[in-house]
Design a protein around this ligand. Structure first.
Ligand code: SF4
Length: 438
């Protein structure tokens, strides 16, 4: 990262650090923290059982659910759904049953066969996307773009980075453009949207909002992540401040991608988790919006007869992603994605988003790289740059022991030959001469 960007990032992080300081010392928040730590621990221990119960309840709520073992499967399922939905819009002569049977064919095999592909050419399709680490993990935007599908980021920070086109990695999970100052952002907007706005946050927000809303007018599919999925109710919780997820959830089709670690017992647990995440990520007790989705739009206002497809999505699809999670060290799955660990990390403070595994930033990203890919990926992401100071763990709402995980992963990585060469010669000297020195 450039020096100028690092300085802006540090300033943004400091603003957040002081905004939330008082709240973090509130005894009620400390109690909430203990509660959520227990919820996360129990949920990870019982994730198979929670997933099993949730599947039944999601199904009875009319939410379609697919399982994707990796990013490729998740992307293929999304592409297939988009193609089918677009096909449906274009060709009303195909009956609804046809689509149901096609959907079922995905769920059975979880893969798309050649025979199953729709041989029809389409105009450019636009889909709307919210900010989500899980969607970043499967690189959905890049994948869909390669299939001539335009993806519009609806989160302001993400949209700014999307318009930036180059050198546009995020620096914080909930504030992706924290490293860009208002002048740089105004320049990006003026260059790409051909506007002439001043370097003023409100002017930038209004311009980006207007442009995104224009694009969304032709958009019928929204893709989001999820903060939690509840087993008891078969509900999906999404939190946000901008209102964009509400817009996406009202589109005809809402596709949600979530890791197998997102299942928790109940809605009460989900709300506790969302409150704690909000405190650590934004310094506020709650986000502006908490959407709880428990099925497609429907009404029974006429003679109590059920009619589907009122104002909201007529089809909701949940894609449950493994992508290495089932073989992860269980503590790696504690994370609730607040970004608190990178705010206090001395290595991240020094080098920014070069430390981490995209899109998971900082030490926790390096830990996650070990199961999403392998130890080599952790090594390349900065495994040996960590100072092991433990500030990440102290400042984590769910006490994910990132520094301990890094030590474990270093041991595995070293066994596989991935360690800094200088460490190798120090090790050799100790073995041969009993001293690290030549
Ligand atoms: S590891 Fe902890 S502090 Fe870091 S993003 Fe995850 S929950 Fe937040």
């Amino acid at each position: 990262m450039k020096d100028k960007e690092l300085k802006t990032m540090r300033k943004s992080f400091q603003t957040l650090f002081y905004r939330r300081k008082q709240l973090l010392n509130d005894p009620e928040i400390k109690k909430l923290r203990e509660k959520v730590i227990n919820i996360r621990k129990n949920s990870i221990e019982n994730k198979e059982e929670l997933l099993e119960i949730a599947s039944q309840n999601l199904k009875s709520n009319d939410i379609d659910m697919y399982f994707a073992k990796d990013d490729k499967e998740a992307n293929d399922i999304i592409l297939k759904i988009i193609e089918e939905e677009n096909f449906k819009v274009q060709d009303n002569s195909i009956s609804k049953d046809n689509y149901i049977s096609r959907s079922n064919s995905i769920s059975k095999g979880n893969s798309i066969s050649e025979d199953d592909s729709i041989n029809k050419s389409y105009p450019i399709i636009t889909v709307a996307k919210s900010k989500s680490n899980t969607l970043g993990e499967i690189a959905i935007s890049k994948f869909l773009s390669s299939h001539n599908i335009e993806v519009i980021e609806t989160d302001l920070g993400d949209r700014i980075l999307q318009l930036k086109k180059t050198d546009n990695k995020p620096t914080h999970p909930t504030g992706p453009a924290s490293h860009l100052n208002v002048n740089e952002i105004a320049n990006i907007i003026n260059e790409t949207l051909k506007t002439n706005i001043e370097a003023n946050p409100k002017a930038i927000m209004e311009t980006v909002k207007g442009d995104v809303l224009k694009k969304l007018a032709n958009c019928e599919i929204g893709i989001t992540g999820a903060n939690a999925i509840t087993s008891q109710e078969g509900s999906i919780l999404l939190i946000h401040n901008e209102g964009n997820i509400s817009l996406l959830s009202l589109m005809k089709t809402h596709i949600i991608v979530a890791g197998i670690d997102k299942f928790i017992p109940s809605l009460e647990d989900a709300v506790s988790l969302a409150k704690l995440e909000s405190v650590y990520a934004t310094g506020k007790l709650t986000t502006s919006y908490m959407n709880i989705i428990s099925g497609p739009s429907k009404t029974a206002d006429i003679e109590k007869k059920l009619l589907k497809n009122m104002y909201g999505a007529r089809k909701i699809v949940l894609i449950v992603l493994d992508n290495g999670r089932s073989r992860a060290i269980s503590q790696c799955l504690m994370c609730i994605g607040c970004g608190s660990c990178i705010i206090t990390c001395p290595v991240y403070d020094a080098v920014g988003n070069e430390f981490g595994f995209s899109p998971y930033l900082g030490g926790r990203g390096i830990a996650m790289a070990s199961f999403i890919e392998d130890e080599e990926a952790s090594f390349k992401s900065g495994l040996f740059h960590c100072t092991l100071c433990g500030l990440c763990t102290i400042n984590c709402p769910v006490a994910m022991p990132t520094n301990e995980l890094i030590e474990k992963i270093r041991a595995n990585s070293q066994k596989q030959g991935f360690y800094p060469k200088s460490h190798g010669s120090i090790n050799e000297n100790i073995q041969k001469k009993g001293s690290p020195y030549e």
